[in-house]
Write a protein that binds this ligand. Structure first.
Ligand code: FMN
Length: 462
């Protein structure tokens, strides 16, 4: 069988992920593998239709398409996404339709599932036959049992083709409505009291719904806001995955384009942030993805602490829970208070006006009150992965994160650093778990657990 591996790493042949695909090739010498460094050369593919078509022809000639990619900021790299957009823009979906496919990633398991969900949905949209995903930690290949599992994953894929195995579509096509949003008269501008408000968008058409949503929110804030079209921002290139930023947060692009200065001086100093974009396939645009990827010069530190954030979205985000999760997780991890999104996917223009007006008021009020919801599992779980990895195996490379985590007190949440918990576990735990004592304890556990909280409520004044 012919397998085409579409490599989503900007590092090309030096990709970690690629080694996992090469391992599959080694243990399956009866099949023929070819490799395309998609993320590395997407600009070339975009500018040279012949080069793009040559890859598409090789896809046509293959029995299996293996999407092999590293995790980049909760999803795939912006360049990989751009390639996926080009498939639709250039009308070559038919090259993928009906092919058996699977996704293979490496990462540190921080939102690897949202990347696979995204790619699975893309495959379903391309009418491919999606067999399975394999999400490896970047070091799993060293482990014999993981290599065995990877081999089984490969076998599943080949036997699906051999047996023409039926597969279930997991993501049904998005229902898009044909709707023109026309904002009405602006309701009274809010007293923004000198708040620093920044709106970022990627609208390409001033008459689009997105552009109108942006001007509505801008007017609502009294026009006293910074509005930036990220298409016009001087971004010289995509994140290279070079990790130069790991030691002291200096990016390869420093002094070469405007992104870093812009992010530090405009985004990180804002108090209220509005991100506005349109749905392109199952996410925002590749341009937005590149914008998010480039944030990595801060490596894994929260850059949006205490900011009030909301989204304006043109398109059916309500049908894409995976994107909603990516957005909630990203902003929680960044330390922001995420107030959700307004989209044009339902309601009349007047309804959307009212929602935008209300969201702007909510953001100002939340900022004034210092409202910051506790993080859910999305932020808490994510941060624990990084806390452990930066303290441990990633510290050598990400020294800047290590210093920041110490400064921000992130390591104080290690249970072994909490004196009270250490005492409890050392002295109380063995005692309480003596069967006779434990039996007594269990009788009272509900009352004892709630008692301290009841005292807080009782002491609270009306
Ligand atoms: C800019 C950047 C963003 C990343 N984002 C994530 C992420 O969101 N989740 C994760 O688990 N790993 C993330 N990683 C780690 C990579 O996915 C991991 O190191 C992978 O093995 C790299 O594979 P590659 O050499 O094929 O590019 C990120 C790495 C970089 C450089």
């Amino acid at each position: 069988m012919k397998v085409i591996v579409l490599n989503g790493s900007p590092k090309g042949d030096l990709s970690v992920t690629l080694q996992y695909a090469r391992y599959l090739e080694k243990v399956n010498p009866q099949h023929r593998f070819t490799y395309e460094n998609i993320a590395l050369q997407v600009k070339h593919l975009e500018n040279d239709p012949a080069a793009f078509n040559a890859i598409i022809d090789r896809v046509r000639q293959s029995d299996i398409v293996l999407w092999a990619f590293p995790l980049y900021v909760l999803s795939v790299h912006g360049n990989y996404k751009r390639f996926i957009e080009l498939i639709s823009e250039r009308g070559v979906k038919d090259a993928f339709a009906g092919k058996y496919t699977a996704t293979l990633s490496t990462s540190i398991h921080f939102y690897d599932h949202t990347a696979h969900n995204y790619m699975h949905a893309v495959c379903d949209d391309l009418d491919m036959k999606y067999v399975d995903y394999f999400s490896a930690d970047m070091n799993d290949l060293h482990n014999e049992e993981y290599r065995r599992q990877l081999t089984l994953f490969g076998q599943r894929l080949f036997s699906a083709v051999q047996n023409n195995t039926p597969v279930q579509k997991q993501y049904l096509p998005l229902q898009k409505r044909d709707f023109i949003y026309q904002p009405g008269n602006t309701s009274s501008a809010l007293p923004a009291d000198g708040r620093k408000i920044v709106i970022l968008h990627d609208s390409k058409d001033p008459e689009s719904n997105l552009a109108h949503m942006v001007s509505r929110v801008q007017d609502r804030f009294g026009g006293n806001v910074t509005v930036v079209n990220i298409n016009e921002l001087n971004i010289k290139g995509d994140c290279l995955g070079c990790l130069v930023c790991g030691s002291a947060n200096h990016c390869f692009y420093e002094g070469k384009d405007d992104y870093i200065e812009f992010y530090r001086n405009t985004v990180m100093t804002a108090e209220i942030l509005v991100y506005a974009g349109s749905i392109v396939d199952r996410q925002l645009s590749a341009r937005w993805k590149t914008f998010f990827d480039r944030i990595f010069f801060n490596s894994h530190q929260p850059t949006l602490q205490k900011k009030q954030v909301f989204l304006l979205v043109s398109g059916p985000i309500g049908q894409i829970p995976n994107l909603q999760e990516i957005m909630s997780a990203f902003f929680e991890f960044q330390g922001a208070n995420y107030l959700g999104y307004i989209s044009d996917e339902s309601g009349t223009s007047a309804d959307i006006d009212a929602l935008i007006d209300q969201k702007a008021a909510d953001a100002l009020e939340a900022f004034a009150n210092g409202y910051l919801r506790p993080e859910t599992f999305l932020g808490q779980g994510g941060m624990k992965i990084f806390r452990d990895d930066i303290y441990g195996r990633l510290r050598t490379i990400f020294m800047a994160d290590h210093k920041a985590y110490k400064r921000l007190g992130f390591y104080k949440t290690f249970p072994q650093n909490d004196f009270g918990i250490m005492m409890l576990n050392t002295f109380a735990a063995p005692l309480v778990n003596i069967p006779a004592i434990r039996a007594k304890f269990d009788e009272r556990i509900k009352e004892e657990m709630v008692k301290p909280l009841q005292r807080v409520v009782e002491k609270t004044l009306a």
